[in-house]
Design a protein around this ligand. Structure first.
Ligand code: KIV
Length: 303
């Protein structure tokens, strides 16, 4: 059985120039499939607010939402390193709230690490969490929890001063003890530069080819009813949305036309049972056989 990777592995992967694969997951099946596919890190992102709960932003997501979804992910991916997002305003307000929130995500959710958005301004929170034994992943560049402050979902660090600030943010997070950093929506040149400036892995999303790893959103790469706007940095690996919609259309049509259920989908009563109850007749053949099996205390096959 595959062994769960650790933060030591991720640092070594950067040193050995081995790219780190990260994908979000939010429930048991998505986590199970991601683990079976060999993903290095699963992120229970607060993007679940958008792709699972249908909010416009990640801002309404709560610690309860994250704990609930992380618990399901932890059941589905028992051998994969799981990072869970600390949601909006669950950190940076008071040290005690930060520590308690992170503790819930680890103890109740079963995550191995937490992720926080921000740089220099949250470095002391990161240091306190790390000191308490909680691995922290940073997140800089486009930080969706600050979407209103940033004026929308746009490429960050284009101006020299902003680029310099991001470099300082990355260094502050490294200094505070973060084991890696998500770098979202910045130019490829800046991302490559930042990756070269710190010893911890930089995991890019919309940050080009010079990062130490990549992260994408499960629903985006699978076209699984993710919000329908074009994202240049996403590669579509399957169109699950169309597959599911078509399958459900076929089911609806089968129910309405009486094509489903068929003989093989139904259970029959023991011969004579229905007749005795209602004065009708049980059907013959397989159904009667199943009825006799049941009567003898044997399980009737459900498939
Ligand atoms: O919430 C999330 O899924 C994220 C990724 C997009 C990095 O933070």
């Amino acid at each position: 059985m595959k062994k769960r990777l650790t933060i030591t592995h991720f640092k070594k992967m950067k040193q050995e120039s081995k790219p780190i694969s990260v994908l979000t997951a939010y429930d048991f099946p998505s986590a199970k499939l991601a683990e079976e596919a060999g993903i290095d890190i699963i992120l229970v992102g607060d993007s679940l607010g958008n792709v699972v709960l249908g909010y416009d932003t990640t801002i309404p997501v709560t610690i309860e939402d994250i704990v609930y979804h992380t618990r399901a992910v932890a059941r589905g991916a028992q051998q994969t390193f799981i990072v869970a997002d600390m949601p909006f305003m669950s950190y940076g307000v008071s040290r005690e709230a930060t520590m308690r929130g992170a503790a819930r995500i680890m103890q109740e959710g079963g995550a191995q690490a937490v992720k926080l958005e921000g740089g220099v301004e949250i470095a002391s929170d990161v240091a306190a969490l790390v000191k308490a034994g909680i691995p922290v992943m940073g997140h800089i560049g486009l930080t969706p929890q600050s979407v209103h402050q940033l004026g929308g979902y746009k490429v960050q660090g284009k101006l020299e001063a902003d680029a310099e600030r991001l470099v300082q943010d990355a260094k502050a997070l490294e200094e505070a003890g973060a084991f890696s950093i998500v770098l979202e929506l910045v130019t490829e040149e800046l991302a490559a530069y930042i990756s070269g400036e710190v010893a911890i892995p930089i995991i890019g999303i919309g940050a080009g080819r010079g990062c130490d790893g990549q992260v994408l959103v499960y629903h985006d790469i699978l076209q699984y009813a993710s919000p329908y706007f074009e994202k240049k940095f996403v590669k579509t690996y399957a169109d699950i949305g169309t597959t599911i919609r078509t399958a459900i259309e076929n089911y609806v049509s089968d129910v309405k036309s009486g094509v489903f259920p068929q003989e093989e989908h139904v259970f029959g009563a023991q011969a004579g049972t229905i007749g005795a109850l209602y004065g009708g007749e049980a059907r013959k053949g397989k159904d009667a056989d199943d009825g006799q099996l049941a009567a003898r205390g044997k399980e009737v096959p459900l498939t």
